[in-house]
Design a protein around this ligand. Structure first.
Ligand code: NAD
Length: 389
C-alpha cells in the first residue's frame, strides 16, 4: 500500500461501548462510576409494551439510582415533546438522560439533555456545533438495529408544525456510554427489523462511497455491509435467532461508527424532507431511495460499488468495472425484496409531482450532499425521487 495516497484524517470516538447479551444489567454500575444519583429514562410506548424496560429499571434499582420515566416519544422525535420532557427533567433534578429504544428515543434523550441546560427551542441548535451550554450527559441503549444513534454526534429532531426535520450535531451530545444488548431487539416486529436494518445498510454504503471516507471508516463500513448482508434476512425470517440479532446490532453499530466521521449521501438528504412531510419511517425511506441513489452515484466511485457487490456475495468474476459496480445495486434490491419491503414510494405514501419539487429544494440543502460521490443538481434530485416513485 502506498501510504502517500492516504489523505490526512481524524477519527474521534469518546463513547464507551459495551456490547453483548445481558449487558443492559450493567447500566446501574456505569451510572455509579459516573457518580450520578438520579436520571430520566426516555422511551416510547412501543418499547414499554415489549416489557423489556424492566431490565433497565432493575439494574438502576440494584445500584440505588433514582429515575423518572418519560415514555411519550413518537417516531421522528418532535421538538414539543423534547421541551415537555426537559421541563420534567429540570423539575426532578435529573443529572443524566438515558435514551432506550430506537433512534427516536435515543435522539429525544440527547435533545432533552441539551434543553435542560440551554434556553429557547431545540431547533435553535440545529446544525453543527450550535449548542451553547454543556448539556447533561446521556447514555444510549438501542432496541432497534438501525440508526446507530448510540454512538453518533447527531440528534435528528422534527418540528411537526413546520414539517421540518433536521440534525443537531455536536460531540457535546455523543453518549457517554452505549449499551448494546442484542436481547433488547428480539421483540422488534418483522417490518421494523427489515426497515431499520436497511437504514443501517444505507449508513454503511453512503459512508463507504462518499468523498470523506478514510481508512478507519472504510474498514467499519466493510464490516457493517458484510454483517448486514449475512444476517438481515435471517433476523427477518426468525426474530428470535440471537446470532442474527447480534450480527445486526453489530452491523448497525459499525455502520454508525463509520458515518459519524464522514456524513452520508443523497438517500439521507431525501430522508429528512420525506420523513417530515409524510408518515413514513426513516428506514423505509432509505430502503426505497438507496438503490436509486446508488444507480445515480455509480460513476462517482465504481471501484467501491464493485467491492460492495463482492461483500454482499455477488459474483463479479469476468465482469468489467461498471458491470461489477451495477451488481451492488442488484444485491441491495434483492435484499430489500427478500425481506418484504415495498420497492416504491407510491406503495406507501400519496406523493405528487409538486411535493417532489418542493422537497427537492429541501433535500438539496442537506450537508450530506457535500460528501456525496456525485454532485447533484436540483433536477438530479427530482429525478432520483421520481425514479423511486
Ligand atoms: P423508532 O425509534 O422511531 O422506532 C420505531 C418503532 O419501533 C417504534 O414504534 C418503537 O416503539 C418500536 N420499537 C423499538 N424497539 C422495539 C423493540 N425492541 N420491540 C418492539 N418495538 C420496538 O425507529 P428508528 O428507525 O430506530 O429511529 C428513527 C429515527 O432515528 C428517525 O427520526 C431518524 O431520523 C433518526 N436517526 C438518527 C440517527 C442519529 O445518528 N442520531 C441516525 C439515523 C436515524
Amino acid at each position: 500500500m502506498n501510504f502517500n495516497l492516504i489523505k490526512s484524517f481524524k477519527y474521534e470516538m469518546p463513547t464507551k461501548i459495551i456490547f453483548g447479551c445481558g449487558v443492559v444489567n450493567q447500566t446501574g454500575k456505569e451510572l455509579e462510576k459516573l457518580g450520578v444519583k438520579k436520571v430520566m429514562i426516555v422511551t416510547d410506548r412501543g418499547f414499554i409494551e415489549s416489557g423489556l424496560v424492566c431490565r433497565l429499571e432493575n439494574s438502576l434499582k440494584c445500584s440505588k439510582i433514582e429515575y423518572v420515566t418519560y415514555n411519550k416519544v413518537q417516531p421522528n422525535s418532535g421538538d414539543k415533546l423534547v421541551k415537555e420532557a426537559a421541563n420534567i427533567a429540570k423539575d426532578e433534578n435529573c443529572e443524566l438522560t438515558i435514551g432506550i429504544g430506537g433512534g427516536s428515543s435515543m435522539d429525544t434523550a440527547k435533545a432533552v439533555a441539551v434543553m435542560v441546560t440551554n434556553t429557547g427551542n431545540i431547533m435553535d441548535y440545529a446544525g453543527m456545533d450550535k449548542i451553547k451550554n454543556k448539556p447533561l450527559p446521556n447514555i444510549a441503549i438501542p432496541t432497534t438495529a438501525g440508526t446507530g444513534s448510540e454512538v453518533t454526534i447527531w440528534a435528528v429532531i422534527t418540528d411537526h408544525e413546520k414539517n421540518y426535520k433536521t440534525g443537531i450535531g455536536s460531540f457535546m451530545i455523543i453518549p457517554k456510554v452505549a449499551i448494546c444488548d442484542p436481547e433488547l431487539t428480539i421483540s422488534l416486529p418483522t417490518h421494523i427489523t427489515a426497515a431499520t436494518g436497511m437504514d443501517a445498510l444505507t449508513h454503511a454504503i453512503e459512508s463507504y462511497v462518499c468523498t470523506a471516507t478514510q481508512p478507519i471508516s472504510e474498514a467499519l463500513s466493510e464490516k457493517a455491509i458484510t454483517l448486514i448482508g449475512e444476517y438481515l434476512r435471517i433476523a427477518v425470517a426468525n426474530g428470535k435467532n440471537i446470532d442474527a440479532r447480534e450480527g445486526m446490532l453489530m452491523g448497525s453499530l459499525t455502520a454508525a461508527l463509520a458515518f459519524n466521521e464522514t456524513r452520508l449521501g443523497i438517500a439521507h438528504s431525501w430522508a429528512s424532507p420525506l420523513g417530515a412531510h409524510f408518515p413514513i419511517s426513516h428506514g423505509l425511506v432509505n430502503s426505497i431511495l438507496l438503490p436509486n441513489v446508488m444507480e445515480y452515484n455509480l460513476i462517482g466511485n465504481p471501484e467501491k460499488f464493485a467491492r460492495i457487490a463482492l461483500l454482499m456475495g455477488e459474483n463479479i468474476e469476468g465482469l468489467n468495472l461498471m458491470d461489477s459496480a451495477r451488481k451492488s445495486v442488484k444485491a441491495v434490491r434483492d435484499l430489500s425484496t427478500d425481506i418484504g419491503l415495498p420497492q416504491r414510494l407510491k406503495d406507501v405514501i400519496d406523493i405528487s409531482e409538486e411535493d417532489i419539487r418542493k422537497m427537492a429544494n429541501e433535500a438539496l440543502q442537506s450537508g450530506n450532499n457535500l460528501v456525496n460521490p456525485r454532485k447533484p443538481t436540483l433536477e438530479d434530485m427530482i429525478e432520483i425521487c421520481r425514479n423511486s416513485m
